[in-house]
Design a protein around this ligand. Structure first.
Ligand SMILES: Nc1ncnc2c1ncn2[C@@H]1O[C@H](COP(=O)(O)OP(=O)(O)OP(=O)(O)O)[C@@H](O)[C@H]1O
Ligand SMILES: [Mg+2]
Length: 373
């Protein structure tokens, strides 16, 4: 086992009743001391993954390992994991100190030790001096901090946070993003953070898991995921993107909107159908003659830092452009972009399926073509 690994899911499937599985043969490894984010639409199984890690539910199939030990049946209170729930789940009849001290009291920790630990935990979340406040006298952001203090007071090896910021307004939310990230760095504990907000995931994580249809579609650093989305779902979910259908003519040559373009991708069958993604900020406005694509400007919005310009090509594909330059609605313009701006994606393939295919490709040597499933 990898020494840095703290949690491993091995072919985990989770079913409720006769419904299709919520998690379908999912495998991944989380390393010690990193900030992970589970990102995906509502109902994709994010909370279910946290509940499996925390021990509130068991997998239908597969194994969960913690620190090199299989823990499928280990009860929640025996796991070195604490959870911060979306609604914080604080005790309204207890003050701040007692909320944070609760778990320690149950464990019959010595009184002086409790005092010291609670004080330190509150200090970590910038709530020094709030010990004797009632919960109902605390603001949303402060309650959030109490919940985090309660989760870290016992120095668990891992903290699970289920959309902890979703109840906060935008400004406070951004502030708490910084604070949480900083807290994780200082504590060095593994954080698993759940959100369905892609910007939040990009801003905070060492590594993101994008989940949909019971599968991890892709995992990687924020830049990996943003720059090299593996399929349409990921490209669509992470940031705004232009996605068009095309085909891989041969290695390093792709065709879309009736034109051929050189690209950095290889390893497809000849003329394999693919999807192309180009980010709006990678498109530059120019004259129709100089542009690699010719489009008509349909509408335009000022977004504060840039204009968001919506255009259509002759095939009626929509092209979104982020530009500091203004365009004229109704006018024909050209769009230029670099070779690196073209990202070629497999049709609906997850990262795992893609990797399997890549291995086959590598086995056969670079000249072999891949098998389409
Ligand atoms: N105890 C349960 N019994 C039956 N179905 C369940 C149970 N818990 C979760 N589910 C189903 O599993 C799926 C995934 O639920 P989960 O709570 O993990 O989603 P999520 O990604 O956290 O969504 P959200 O973003 O809305 O919180 C949903 O379809 C949900 O209805
Ligand atoms: Mg949830």
């Amino acid at each position: 086992m990898n020494v840095a690994s703290i949690i491993q899911f091995k072919n985990v499937t989770k079913r409720f009743g006769n419904n299709p599985p919520v998690l379908d043969n999912v495998s991944f490894t989380l390393e010690r001391g990193k900030f992970y984010t589970l990102l995906g639409p509502s109902g994709c199984g994010k909370t279910t993954i946290l509940r499996l890690i925390a021990g509130f539910t068991e997998p239908s199939e597969g194994e969960i390992w913690f620190n090199g030990q299989k823990i499928n049946h280990l009860p929640a209170n025996k796991r070195q994991v604490n959870t911060v729930f979306q609604d914080y789940a604080l005790f309204p009849h207890l003050n701040v100190f007692e909320n944070v001290a609760f778990g320690l009291r149950i464990k019959k920790v010595k009184k002086t030790e409790i005092e010291a630990k609670v004080k330190q935990a509150l200090s970590f979340v910038n709530l020094d001096g709030y010990e004797y406040r009632e919960i109902r006298e605390m603001s949303g952001g402060q309650r959030q901090r109490v919940a985090i203090a309660r989760a870290i007071v016992n120095k668990p090896e891992m903290i699970l946070l289920d959309e902890p910021l979703s109840a906060l307004d935008l400004k406070l939310r951004t502030e708490m993003q910084y604070e949480l990230r900083e807290l994780q760095r200082r504590l060095g504990i593994t954080f698993v953070f759940v959100t369905h907000d892609q910007e939040e995931a990009l801003a905070m994580s060492d590594e993101i898991f994008v989940i949909n249809n019971g599968k991890i579609q892709q995992s990687g650093t924020p830049t990996d995921i943003y720059d090299e989305p593996i399929n349409r779902f990921v490209a669509d979910f992470i940031g705004e993107s232009n996605i068009v259908e095309g085909k891989m003519v041969e290695d390093y040559l792709v065709e879309f909107v009736g034109k051929k373009f050189e690209c950095d991708d290889k390893g497809f069958n000849a003329n394999e159908p693919v999807e192309i993604v180009i980010r709006p900020e990678d498109l530059e406005i120019t004259t129709p003659e100089l542009g690699r694509l010719q489009v008509r400007v349909d509408s335009q919005l000022f977004r504060g830092v840039h204009y968001e310009i919506c255009c259509y090509d002759k095939d009626d594909n929509e092209w979104l452009v982020h530009s500091t330059k203004k365009a004229k609605v109704g006018k024909e313009i050209g769009l230029s972009f670099d070779r690196e701006a073209i990202h070629v994606m497999r049709l609906g393939e997850t990262e795992e399926e893609f990797d399997r295919r890549l291995e086959t490709y590598a086995d056969k040597g670079d000249s072999a073509q891949w098998k389409v499933n």
